[in-house]
Design a protein around this ligand. Structure first.
Ligand SMILES: *Cc1c(COP(=O)(O)O)cnc(C)c1O
Length: 361
């Protein structure tokens, strides 16, 4: 059931871009969902209103101490016109866990799901229809106490905004070059790595900039203690095929529990592959690469689905993976997830849910 929320429609709808002109996260739909939390009152005043700037006092705690979490998911318009959300409940539950990690009072997952369903229904015309395009949905929670003391805020704002986004791969799936860094770390045991916290992104910027300076697309993150165990790649989970084994680091405290990661592991197991969620060191990966046993490597995340890795750099060494192209398993995973998202392939696990549109007279 989708709850209905008090809704104020815009009187000045914005022009929509052609699907071919869409990029990522630069234009936003006409409406947003918003509600507030106050200690003693709980979450309240849930509503859909015209998209507009937030007004924040300069002393608002989120601006100083980064008590903020978010999530990111997509709605897809299938060839039949149906709009589907991909694993919205799982994203909603993860937002709750992210909140818990930063002392933010969790929002019930059903309420998060309903806020998303209701907003997408109101802005349904903004869901682009060309294959590969989608509506990116960004639920976010920020601390809104006005004071400079450091402790968990007593007030919060939850909002959801949506951005129509273009195809991630306009010319077919394209491999990236990644650089393993032993200088910077993204997250440590006991830190924020398991939460989708804004602060994790701030922590990633300088390493990313340095990788780009060296001609790489993304950073391969190693653990913060020994600087040898592989964690994630950029803002994606990482997987690789070594011989007949598919390996991905375990969810053991520093890694985000990616919805795409979970979906792909499920498909791989359905297909009968040997999948290991185990610690894997950069030395083991480089050695497998030198011996020609590292045949595929890919990142997983909502934005790209899969991002094949064509080259891996570590210290002075560069290894090419599977001739630098997209591996057949990587491509099959991409096609399978995309097929489910656009309603072209059977959804055996019930991952998609249809967005019910408002009945118009
Ligand atoms: C969002 C994110 C992912 C990918 O998660 P999905 O649910 O698959 O989009 C992976 N790692 C990090 C650090 C992330 O922030």
């Amino acid at each position: 059931m989708t709850q209905s929320f008090p809704t104020t429609l815009t009187r000045t709808p914005k022009p929509r871009q052609a699907d071919s002109a869409l990029s990522f996260g630069r234009s936003f739909t006409d409406h947003m969902f918003i509600m507030e939390y106050e200690e003693g009152r709980g979450w309240h005043d849930a509503r859909i209103v015209p998209y507009a700037p937030l007004t924040l006092d300069p002393a608002t705690t989120v601006l100083h101490y980064a008590q903020a979490v978010f999530d990111g998911l997509k709605a897809f318009r299938g060839a039949d016109g149906t709009i589907r959300l991909f694993r919205v409940q799982r994203h909603a539950e993860r937002l709750g866990r992210s909140c818990a990690g930063l002392c933010i009072p969790p929002i019930p997952a059903d309420l998060v799901r309903q806020s998303i369903e209701a907003l997408v229904a109101v802005d349904h015309e903004w869901v682009p229809s060309t294959e590969g395009t989608s509506l990116y949905i960004r639920p976010t929670v920020i601390a809104t106490d006005v004071m400079l003391g450091v402790h968990p805020s007593h007030r919060y704002t939850y909002f959801v905004i949506c951005s129509p986004v273009g195809a991630y791969y306009k010319e077919g799936v394209k491999p990236v070059r990644i650089l393993a860094t032993d200088k910077h770390v993204r997250a440590v045991q006991g830190g924020l790595g398991e939460s989708k916290a804004a602060a994790n992104y701030a922590a990633s910027l300088s390493a990313q900039q340095e990788a780009e300076r060296q001609g790489f697309t993304q950073v391969l993150w190693l653990d913060g203690v020994e600087r040898r165990w592989i964690d994630e790649v950029g803002t994606m989970n990482i997987m690789m095929k070594i011989g007949e084994e598919i390996v991905t680091p375990p969810l053991a405290g520093t890694i985000l529990d990616g919805v795409t990661r979970n979906s792909i592991l499920t498909l791989l197991r359905d297909w009968g592959h040997t999948v290991s969620e185990r610690r894997i060191s950069i030395e083991e990966v480089m050695q497998a690469g030198r011996e020609g046993r590292l045949t595929e490597m890919w990142g997983t995340g909502t934005a790209a689905v899969v991002s094949p890795v064509g080259e891996l750099g570590y210290k002075e060494e560069r290894i090419s993976i599977g001739n630098g192209g997209t591996g057949s398993l990587t491509q099959k995973l991409y096609d399978s997830i995309i097929g489910i998202q656009y309603g072209k392939l059977p959804d055996a696990h019930g991952w998609t849910s249809e967005v019910k549109l408002p009945v118009t007279a």
